[in-house]
Design a protein around this ligand. Sequence first.
Ligand code: HEC
Length: 434
Amino acid sequence: MLPLALLLVFLLTTASSWAEDFQGSTHKLEYDEMPVGYSKATPNGHIARLQAQINSGEVRLQWDSEQGYLPALLRALKIPSSSQLLVFSKTSLQRTLISPKTPRALYYNDDIYVGYIPGSDLLEISEADPKLGGVFYQLEQVAAFKPKLVRNSECIQCHGGNRSLGVPGHVIRSIGTSPDGEIDIQTEAAEITHCSPLSERWAGWYVTGEHGWQTHRGNLVGIEALERQAREPNFRGNLKDLSAHVDLKDYPERTSDIVSHLVLEHQSHMHNYVTRLNFEAQQMLATYGHLRYLDRQVQSFLRYLLFVEEAPLAEPVRGRADFLTAFAADARRDPKGRSLRDFDLHRRLFKYPCSYLIYSAGFDQLPPPIKERIYRELGEILDGKNPQPEFARLTPDDRRAVKEILLATKNDLPDSWKTGAPAGSVAAASTASK
Ligand code: HEC
């Protein structure tokens, strides 16, 4: 077999489409081997800590007669129920229980995702672990003295291959269904990220909230509905809630919020990206002692981090106010009150185009040599010194704002950032260098 780096060089020099984006590189990495050792490693993140607290009696997960451990688990993990998203395609583990009448619900915060189906005997949980990427657990929906979140190695059958950038991670699909939720492969859109046009997103999902005349494929149950949408755009768009379509008595919320959808699609792919870069960097460092083969990966990672190819909003979108509030609760703000969690929702998702996951443990714990590289190049981009045309989409104002916010809120930036020229100003750049 070709050594990985040679294979990379081969791909880089032969496949120009691959070179355009890291997303093309979805072959599965051998993450069970050293240095990552995925399956044998012991995670020590939020879920492991919660289990320790349950075991010691410090935390009691209260059992709810309707929703089992769901409400208590969301509270214990500080996951807002307003993030609820409903997916009705039979795309995941408990496919037999999922249908347009009984959609699967997902909830999340920055680090953890929870899946719930009323009447199912298990909750599905994934955590973005800084060392391991996505780690998967199940919690039995049976009242117990000390409930157990059990790691499940089967989940990576779907969550550890080319649907999640070839690393253990998160999966989002957009795929049309029959009236009972059976998937129709012909209608599948390519990988869903913040780059996907809205018109391709959310087949197989419910969507609530306002989006004006721009179309999406949510709320369309059955191929006929998808066809009717072509003739009658948005005949099932701009929904306030879903009561007319689903019996929601066993769900905590009545929505599948459009803004929560947009955030999830940015975030889940970002998590996968951080993991991919982390694993590749570890492998390169272990094998070659340098990262030179990762130049393009770093560039495309930066494009995703900075929303360079984000699909623009053609019209404003509006969802639940309480989701916006919950999302902004822990925002790190600069002295002007600005934060990477501030929403725009008119032209794009966020006001300042740099992912808030730059504060995540996954980013913070990237191997130091790759993190230094990212910071150096990010600094150059924000100072307007990266000549690549892709980054021109970031306006001087965007670059300046992002740089100022990061300088005020991120304490591990290299010194070169503090002396760097203010973004976008040639005059200032020459003054600064005197
Ligand atoms: C048959 C494939 C498949 C298996 C097996 C599977 N999942 Fe998933 N999972 C999906 C798909 C597809 C999605 C995207 C949402 C959807 O379509 O339901 C998803 C989404 C999720 C999400 C939401 C965020 C994320 O991480 O993508 C969680 C949480 C999750 N799954 C947990 C689990 C756990 C825990 C297991 C194992 C107990 C598991 N899944 C096994 C296919 C699978």
